[in-house]
Each structure stands twice: as C-alpha cells, then as structure tokens.
Design a protein around this ligand. Structure first.
Ligand SMILES: Cc1cc2nc3c(=O)[nH]c(=O)nc-3n(C[C@H](O)[C@H](O)[C@H](O)COP(=O)(O)OP(=O)(O)OC[C@H]3O[C@@H](n4cnc5c(N)ncnc54)[C@H](O)[C@@H]3O)c2cc1C
Length: 384
C-alpha cells in the first residue's frame, strides 16, 4: 500500500448529511477521531431521501467497479444479518427485463453475469412466479427476465437515522440546518469548515460529501470532476395490498416495495419529462406522475389501482464517466471528496474505506480506479 500522508487526522469535519457523509462520519467516529458532521438542511434531504436504493451490481460494468459494488452489497448483508426482519433493508432479489425490440440485451446480460459469477437465473415469464411473487407475467417480454436472488433494497432515511444515532453514541457531533458550508483552506491545506450561518470548525481533514454539489465545490478548489448529474423523480404510492417483494427493473418503470407497504418507482423517460427551473427547482407534470403509476400497476399482478402519496424531484449525483469519485484532492492535503452514482449500493463501503484513508493516510487499492485526479489526467492527455 502507498502512504500519502502521516496518520495525523485527529479532528475531521464532514460536509453533507446524505448516506456518504453519514456513513463516513460514523466510520470515522469508530476509528476514534473527533468528528463533526455539518449539513445544509435536514439529514437525508438530498438524493438519499428520494432514492430507489436498489442494491445491485447487475449488467455491464468495469471489473473494478463491479468488485466495489459487490463488496458494498456484502456490507449490507452483514447489516441485514444483524437486523433480522428489518422492514428497511430487504434481500428479496431483483428482476429485470428489457423491451421486446432491438434494444433487448437480456441474453447478453445473462451470459455476462454468469461469466463473472453474479448470481442470476434466466426465466420465462411463466416461471417467474416460482421464484418471486406479485408480478404480472403478461408484462414480461418474450426474451424472458433475469432474476438476481442476491439483490435487495434499503430505505436510506431509516439507515441514516440509525447510523446517526450510533455516531452520536460514539461522541460525534451533528450540525443540521447550517446553510451552505465551504472548506476553509489555510496555507494550502484543508483546515476546517465555514458555514453560511457563521460557524467555524477547525479540522485536520475535511470530507466533502455534498452529493450533486461536489463538482462545484471541487472546482472552487481548482479541481475538475466531470459531472453528468441529471434531475430525477421518485414517486411513492399510497400503501396497498402489496404482493411484490423483488426490486423490478423493466422497460418503462423501476420499482421496489417500501417499509410501509407501498411502492416507490422511477424511470428514464419520466426524468426526461421534468422541467428544471433556473432556481434549481423542478416542475413535474400531473400526466408524468399518472403514467409512472400506471406503468407500475401494469407490471404488478392483478394491476392494482395505485394512488399517488408523494413525489420528490431533484439532482441525482452522477460523475461524468459514470464511476465513483472518492479520495483526496491532489495538492490540497486534508481535502477529501466522495461523489457517486449508485450511492445506496456503495454507501456503507465508501464510508468505511474513505474513513480509513483519512485517518491512516493509507490509500485503499479498492479505490485506485476512482480517484478525483483521473479527470485532470484525462484533460491533460487531451490537451497534449
Ligand atoms: C431517483 C433516484 C434513484 C436512485 N436509485 C438508486 C439505486 O437504485 N441504487 C443505488 O445504489 N443508488 C441509487 N440512487 C443514487 C443514490 O441515492 C445516491 O447516489 C446517494 O443517495 C447519494 O448520496 P450522497 O450522500 O452522495 O448525496 P445526498 O444524499 O444528495 O446528500 C448530500 C447532502 O449534502 C448537503 N449539501 C450540499 N451542499 C452542501 C453545502 N455546501 N454545505 C452543507 N451541506 C450541503 C445536501 O443538502 C444533502 O443533504 C438513486 C438516486 C435517485 C435520486
């Protein structure tokens, strides 16, 4: 392993009260350092509060990214075994099918998942009910569906709540509703955090885990992080007689059960129908909400009438090359970032690995492909 910094971080400030910030703060506190977690509004008020949160590494990814995701799922399995029967963390599998047209890659995805040892079964529509309940077999395309028995989902606000309680028990400090915070740099290194409401916290290291705001904050510090963050919509139904247990990924809707017996759902097409206001707000058409619930009903057994309970809309953090951005900003000692798509799947493992890097100065080989410096290296390569 490569040493980049002496193990001198005794006080760490974390900015961002989503799953990355909270998980990292919790793991830092477990390592015995003094940690303050600062966030703009309430905890889980960003993407973590409106996530489908399917725990998976399905389909096609780089080998390194797949490895990180599978280890991420493993951490949730440990958590699930310590919280048997929890309504907020379930491993009831995932079921995926594609449209019945030229874009269908189910056979290819199945061959790939088998080749890399990702647990999968290719099923005809008629056989799906034998492995997982509550699905309308007539909606499944003739190419069949892949069932991944090792997948699951997590209710991130519940998890954040539990981690924050444990963090506080370990002596961690939480500051919510602080307004926008910035990293205070002194003599070229991260020296603390300044909040919009005038608080100042000194620290030996700062982790910026502000979700969609990470690329802008890194830019202020002179670093490029390519950003492909879209605006996303998550719709929740009212509770109903729920039979489905798996996470469903289908051509027109992705959905999963919720702890209170409803579903949440999203889709790619509904994201495209959102209007983004110049002030960062987003406008959702009634027709989009109606169609999303109708697509959800269509894939469920008995086509239940689904009523709208709530919807949430806002940025979904996605790095420009699709893979995670985790670790130190080169040239600014003590300045770390965590920015990723699939932050539900990666939330526990990212917090664990980045906390260890901050405290020990030892860089994890698991994160070697996911460093922020890769974007600077790419733009230098393009320029030369
Ligand atoms: C619709 C949708 C579906 C998704 N589906 C999946 C899925 O199926 N599987 C999966 O693994 N992942 C999924 N994700 C992604 C996952 O939810 C996110 O990657 C994860 O929640 C991001 O967590 P975060 O902590 O990085 O950011 P956030 O949860 O956005 O938290 C960042 C926090 O930082 C705060 N903040 C921002 N700027 C500042 C500042 N300057 N000062 C102080 N605080 C600040 C914000 O208020 C916010 O609370 C989905 C996301 C969405 C939106």
């Amino acid at each position: 392993m490569h040493l980049t910094a002496p193990s001198s971080a005794k006080r760490v400030a974390v900015i961002g009260g989503g799953i990355f910030g909270v998980s990292s703060a919790f793991h830092l506190a477990r390592l015995g350092v003094h940690v303050t977690l600062v966030t703009e509004g309430a905890l889980a008020s960003g993407a973590s509060g409106r996530s489908l949160a399917w725990l998976n590494s399905a389909r096609f990814r780089s080998a390194e990214y797949h490895r990180l995701r599978v280890i991420g799922i493993d951490r949730y399995r440990t958590l699930a075994s310590r919280n048997e029967g929890a309504a907020w963390l379930r491993f009831d599998g995932g079921l995926t099918w594609d449209a019945d047209d030229a874009s269908n890659r189910i056979a290819e995805a199945y061959a790939h998942e088998q080749a890399i040892g990702y647990d999968c079964q290719l099923l005809d529509a008629a056989d799906v009910a034998k492995v997982t309940p509550g699905i309308n077999a007539a909606a499944i395309s003739r190419q069949g569906a892949i069932f991944n028995p090792g997948e699951g989902w997590v209710d991130l606000p519940s998890l954040i709540d539990i981690l924050v309680q444990e963090f506080k028990t370990l002596g961690g400090q939480v500051v919510t509703h602080a307004g926008k915070a910035v990293v205070d740099t002194k003599a070229g290194r991260a020296a603390g955090v300044l909040t919009a409401n005038g608080m100042h916290m000194e620290a030996d290291a700062v982790l910026v885990a502000t979700g969609a705001a990470v690329p802008d904050m890194a830019k202020q510090a002179g670093h490029i992080i390519a950003d492909d963050t879209p605006i996303a919509l998550l719709v929740k139904s009212k509770p109903f007689k729920l039979a489905v247990r798996a996470v469903l990924n289908t051509p027109n809707v992705a959905l999963r059960p919720t702890p209170d017996g409803a579903i949440v759902c999203d889709s790619a097409w509904s994201e495209e129908e959102l209007n983004r206001g110049s002030d960062g707000t987003c406008e959702v058409k009634d027709e989009t909400l109606r169609r999303l619930l109708s697509e959800a009903s269509n894939v469920l057994e008995g086509n239940p009438a689904l009523e709208l309970e709530s919807y949430h809309c806002g940025p979904k953090p996605v790095p420009g090359d699709g893979e995670s951005v985790i670790g130190p900003l080169e040239g600014i000692p003590g300045y770390f970032v965590a920015f990723s798509h699939s932050g539900a799947t990666l939330g526990l493992i990212t917090g664990e690995l980045v906390a260890r890097e901050i405290v020990t100065g030892e860089m994890s080989p698991l994160l070697a492909n996911f460093r922020p410096a890769r974007f600077a290296q790419k733009s230098q390569a393009l320029a030369s």
